[in-house]
Design a protein around this ligand. Structure first.
Ligand SMILES: [Zn+2]
Length: 394
């Protein structure tokens, strides 16, 4: 799988259309969520989450949508509410499997998004030979995209090649709108990797240290953006920020501040994302087998997307991207047991010694190996014994 994401170039009319559709999606999702919770209080109904949501969807299309006050819903593509119910099912599934918290109501603040997709191809017509069904939309190379069920929109950056997809997700970050879709075709992987195997030590100060000596760090612009953010927050510390719980309305100035704040967060997120994307691509191009430490990802994930966007702990994202790029670059990602003492072992003689977190240099007590702590750990990860390593799965 390979995905493309582009910023949309919208005029005011188009922006309000997007806001309207995102609002519709939110309405449907929250309606579904409330109904699922409400239905649990009725006794004698034993349905799976999925069946329950199907029933609620029927109720929605046959009753709710037909109410005169909901006439506006017909203006929007039907795939918007269809996919809202699909998303709700997925959210419940993830929760049941312990992969995420209980589904939350969608709010404007947590970012708007909606999905449209092509439902059918050319139906066979009477008297004409049957045409094979196709659910694919062809996307031509260029700076425009046709969103199925809507219309054509302009893009800020061009799509470089003609491709096809079925599902399109439109999302908003701060005041920017994006479209993303998964391509059917796969990127052609490089045949040759210059390095057979590397170990990658992920850290907070240096983003990553590779066993061949390469270092990746967050760019200076990241720190600058973070400083600007904290200055903005400090300057606005006395605004009446409003609180739903206490029934306090946000002041006009505070609302402007929120818009600004969202933009700052988005900028920091963009820098981080950009750096990680480039780093993981770089790694996947240069080495066939990539070894990283197997940390407790679930515990790190949580649901605090905004916090994670600013915090420097990129471990989960790096790991996700390396795994996701396996198929494009024909790489193999391996996880090294989290109890393997990668930073306490000498990469030359194998001597194990205690290391404080503050020790930045590994100074072996047995041989005369003196080495940067992270580089030493990265080499150990690359050379970890087989029984401490497992293959990472998507
Ligand atoms: Zn040693």
């Amino acid at each position: 799988m390979y995905a493309i994401k582009r910023e949309l170039k919208l005029n005011n009319k188009e922006t309000s259309l997007m806001r309207g559709i995102a609002g519709f999606r939110r309405f449907v999702y929250n309606f579904g969520l409330e109904m699922v919770i409400a239905s649990w209080s009725f006794e004698g109904i034993s349905l799976s989450d999925s069946k329950r949501i199907d029933t609620i969807k029927q109720l929605f299309t046959q009753v709710v949508m037909k109410m005169p006050e909901h006439g506006w819903m017909k203006r929007y593509p039907s795939t918007v509410y269809q996919s809202a119910f699909i998303d709700l099912k997925k959210a419940f599934k993830r929760w049941r499997e312990g992969l995420s918290n209980f589904p939350k109501k969608k709010t404007k603040k947590r970012g708007d998004s909606f999905t449209v997709y092509k439902t059918s191809g050319v139906y066979p017509q009477k008297g004409k030979p049957a045409i094979p069904f196709t659910k694919r939309v062809v996307i031509k190379a260029g700076k425009k995209i046709l969103l199925t069920g809507l219309k054509e929109f302009r893009l800020k950056e061009r799509i470089n090649f003609t491709c096809s997809s079925q599902t399109f997700t439109v999302s908003r970050t701060a005041d920017k709108w994006f479209v993303s879709f998964v391509l059917d075709a796969e990127k052609v992987p490089p045949i040759y990797h210059p390095i057979e195997r590397v170990g990658v030590d992920l850290g907070v100060k240096t983003l990553a240290t590779v066993s061949d000596g390469t270092c990746y760090a967050m760019p200076v612009s990241n720190q600058r953006a973070k400083t600007k953010l904290s200055k903005l927050q400090w300057r606005n510390r006395n605004k009446a920020l409003g609180s739903k719980r206490l029934g306090i309305k946000a002041s006009n100035n505070a609302r402007g501040y929120y818009v600004k704040l969202a933009r700052y967060y988005a900028r920091i997120g963009n820098i981080r994302r950009d750096t990680i994307v480039k780093m993981t691509t770089d790694l996947s191009r240069s080495a066939y087998c990539i070894r990283i430490e197997d940390l407790n990802v679930l515990g790190m994930m949580g649901n605090h997307k905004l916090a994670a966007a600013v915090s420097d702990n990129c471990f989960y994202e790096v790991r996700r991207q390396l795994i996701y790029k396996q198929s494009h670059y024909a790489t193999k990602v391996e996880l090294v047991d989290r109890w393997f003492p990668s930073s306490k072992t000498c990469s030359c003689c194998g001597h194990v010694q205690d290391m404080k977190l503050s020790d930045r240099v590994f100074d072996c007590q047995k041989c005369d190996n003196v080495m940067d702590r992270d580089l030493n750990a990265a080499i150990n990860l690359a050379n970890a014994p087989k029984e401490k390593v497992r293959l990472a799965r998507a």
